[in-house]
Structure formats: structure tokens, C-alpha cells
Design a protein around this ligand. Structure first.
Ligand code: PLP
Length: 399
């Protein structure tokens, strides 16, 4: 008899975006003539940068020639050319990472879920509330206890460091999905101090670091020197360079990072992760890695920043709308998300916005209990849709 991993029975029944999809289908089946503007799932709408497409075409040609054809990649960590390019990118904002501390992945979602594999199920995972759902779900799938750090309007949606609980694994995300809040160096330093004191590890999700334009804000947890003793950083080209359908990201594990067994013996995290990847992951396609390498060239950075600028102009249009309406929100600056107070249960607001104005957003309650009463809209739409959506939002919410 095959037996289920019982941990899966502890998951909440509906994954947020599945429920959203269900409600949209329910509405469109009854109203096939209505045009819906989607500002819910944070997918991008602008194409890949020309320099990336060129690099991938060239790599495709190489794959068709015997002398340059590539099969499995030996290291299992990603090609050195891409790891060097990522290290060079970090150097650009003052952070030194060695290429062999970098693991190329097929995106931040896989690694932020998979990383839990190497930690004992006796670990307590701390997740901010609200948070991107993957941290909670993958911790539960791995049998870990999850505790929450409240992030509320009162704290500017910065999670509160526990004073009397010890967490072993701490998930932090900045710029934050869903709240758009961005950590200052001082705020991260406090989490780093807490993690070092408790011999805990921080899993730092930097999927939106490229949206930070304020130079005083940290783009990486490794902007804090001592974070090398307690942190893993997970990042992605999905939003940075439109790779949501192309799939490429990276995970950084400092060489000195350690974790422990029951008897207090220490083990090297990087080595254990490399061992795990060697058994369970066969790498990201060569063609995609060449495309990713192109993102980090001067021309690639220029082109991808133009697209980020386009999304951030959308964010400005959205912020202006909520300013004009006098509605409280966070994000929209250094972040592609607007998180606003909807003054009613957020699933109720979801249905109202969908049925009365044909706009799809994401109800805050889907990210945790503190998200209820709040609502997330993304700036990843097209300019036309963003302008039209804000016109409809004004109609709906004008007092
Ligand atoms: N981390 C955060 C905070 C996200 O919002 C997302 C995607 O929306 C991801 C990770 C996943 O990114 P990827 O497409 O690289 O898997």
C-alpha cells in the first residue's frame, strides 16, 4: 500500500492563485463579453530584452553544431560564465560573492521551496504574516512547525522580531511581496543579529531587488557584512528581466555558513546543498543560461532597466491614483506592488472589484491573516491597462 506524506494533508486546501482562477472562470463563464484587466498574479507583460533574445539565438545555433553542442552540465551549479556574471552584478552594488557560492536555478520559487529539504523537520520556520505563500506551504510539506512574525500597518509592514521565541529558519523578503515594503539596512541588521544569536539561518528572497532605485536601501542581505554567517539569498530573473516563462534564478550560499546536528556538530550548508542538487537537479538549459548571462552585460542591464522603468511608471500612475483617493497604501516605490487598504474583508473586495469593474487583484487575506482588509495590485500590466484600471478604480472608490 502506498502511503501519503501526511504533511500534505496539513496544507490549506486552496492555493491562493487557484482560488482566484476559479472565481475568474466563474465570472467569465457568466459574462463572456466583459473584458477583464488582470492585476492579480504578478506576471510580467513586456518581452525579453533584444540582447537576451540574441544571446539565446546564438546559443541555439551552437547547440546545432557538433563542436559546440552541450549536454549535461558537469558542475550541477550552473555554467561558470553565468556564475561569474552574477558575481560581477553583485560587485556593481558593492557586494563580494564568489562564483562558487552561486547556484543557478530554474527560478526563485523552486529553490525557496527546495531549500527546506536540507533542514531537519525539527526546525521551527518563521514566516512574516503576510507573506508569499511558498514559504509556509513548503515548510508544512517538509513537516516543519511554522510560526509567524506580524507585519502590520503599525510597523509599516516590517515583520516584528520575536522576543521570546527562537526560530531556526527565517524567511524574509525585500522588496516584499505582497506589501511592497523594503527593508532598511538597520532593519536587516537586527534580523541578522537575531539569527546569529540563535544560530538560525535567514532565507532571504531578493526576487525584486532590481526594483530598488533608492541607493540607501540594500539590494542584497549581503550588503550587511555579518549576514555571511547566517544567510542564504534566493533571487530570480523573472521580474528583473522578464524570465517568468524562460525560467532562471540563482541561490547564494556563503562558504562559511554552517548548520548543526542534534549534538551540536556543525556542517557546511553549501556542501550539503551541492550534494542535494547533485542528486535532484540537472541544471538550467544552456540556451537559457546564455540568455541570463546577457542580462548582466552593460547593454543587458540598460535594456532590462528600461523595462523596469516602464513598470515603475505604471506603479507611479497607481500610487498617484491612491494618493488622489486618499487611500492608505504601501509599495509602489522601489517595488512593483501596490498594497492598499480596502476597508472590507479582502475576498469580498476581490469579488466587488471583479464584478463591478472587471479588475482582478489579489486579496491580502491570501497571504496571511494580517493581509485581510488589504489588497494587492501589480504594476506589471501594460500601460493602457494600468491607466484604464486606475480610471475604473477611481470610479469605484471615489467618495
Ligand atoms: N519570490 C517571490 C517573493 C515572488 O513574488 C515570486 C514570484 O512571484 C517568486 C519568488 C518566484 O519567482 P520565480 O519566477 O523565479 O520562480
Amino acid at each position: 500500500m502506498s502511503k501519503i506524506n501526511q504533511n500534505f494533508l496539513n496544507l490549506k486546501e486552496n492555493y491562493l492563485f487557484i482560488e482566484i482562477g476559479k472565481r475568474i472562470r466563474g465570472y467569465t463563464d457568466k459574462n463572456p463579453d466583459k473584458s477583464i484587466i488582470r492585476m492579480g498574479i504578478g506576471d510580467v507583460t513586456q518581452p525579453l530584452a533584444p540582447v537576451v533574445v540574441e544571446a539565446m539565438k546564438k546559443a541555439c545555433d551552437e547547440m546545432g553544431v557538433k563542436e559546440t553542442f552541450k549536454g549535461y552540465e558537469d558542475s550541477g551549479r550552473g555554467y561558470l560564465f553565468l556564475r561569474e556574471a552574477v558575481a560581477g552584478y553583485y560587485k556593481g552594488f558593492g557586494v563580494t560573492i564568489e562564483p562558487d557560492e552561486i547556484f543557478i536555478s530554474d527560478g526563485a520559487k523552486s529553490d525557496s521551496g527546495n531549500i527546506t529539504d536540507i533542514f531537519s523537520e525539527n526546525n521551527i520556520a518563521l514566516v512574516s504574516d503576510p507573506a508569499y505563500p511558498v514559504y509556509v506551504d513548503s515548510s508544512i510539506m517538509n513537516g516543519k512547525n511554522v510560526i509567524y512574525a506580524d507585519a502590520t500597518e503599525r510597523t509599516g509592514f516590517a515583520p516584528i522580531i520575536p522576543t521570546n521565541t527562537k526560530a531556526d529558519i527565517i524567511y524574509l523578503c525585500s522588496p516584499n511581496n505582497p506589501t511592497g515594503a523594503v527593508f532598511t539596512k538597520e532593519q536587516i541588521q537586527k534580523w541578522v543579529d537575531y539569527a546569529i544569536f540563535n544560530k538560525a539561518v535567514i532565507i532571504y528572497d531578493a526576487a525584486y531587488e532590481a526594483f530598488i532605485s533608492d541607493e540607501s536601501l540594500p539590494r542584497s542581505i549581503f550588503c550587511i557584512e555579518s549576514a555571511r554567517k547566517c544567510a542564504i539569498e534566493i533571487a530570480s530573473l523573472s521580474k528583473t528581466a522578464g524570465f517568468t516563462g524562460t525560467r532562471c534564478g540563482y541561490t547564494i550560499i556563503p562558504k562559511e555558513l554552517e548548520f548543526y546536528d542534534e549534538n551540536g556538530n556543525s556542517y557546511n550548508v553549501l556542501k550539503i546543498w551541492a550534494r542535494r542538487q547533485g542528486s535532484k537537479f540537472n541544471g538550467v538549459p544552456y540556451i537559457i543560461q546564455r540568455g541570463a548571462e546577457a542580462v548582466f552585460t552593460p547593454e543587458g542591464l540598460k535594456q532590462t532597466r528600461e523595462t523596469i522603468g516602464y513598470y515603475m511608471q505604471n506603479a507611479e500612475i497607481m500610487s498617484d491614483t491612491f494618493d488622489e483617493l486618499g487611500i492608505k497604501y504601501t509599495g509602489g516605490k522601489n517595488s512593483p506592488y501596490i498594497w492598499f487598504k480596502c476597508n472590507m474583508p479582502s475576498w469580498e473586495f476581490f469579488d466587488k472589484l471583479l464584478t463591478e469593474k472587471q479588475i482582478v487583484g489579489t486579496p491580502g487575506a491570501g497571504f496571511g491573516k494580517n493581509g485581510d482588509g488589504w489588497f494587492r495590485l501589480t504594476a506589471f500590466g501594460t500601460r493602457e491597462n494600468t491607466i484604464e484600471a486606475m480610471r475604473r478604480v477611481k470610479e469605484l472608490l471615489k467618495k
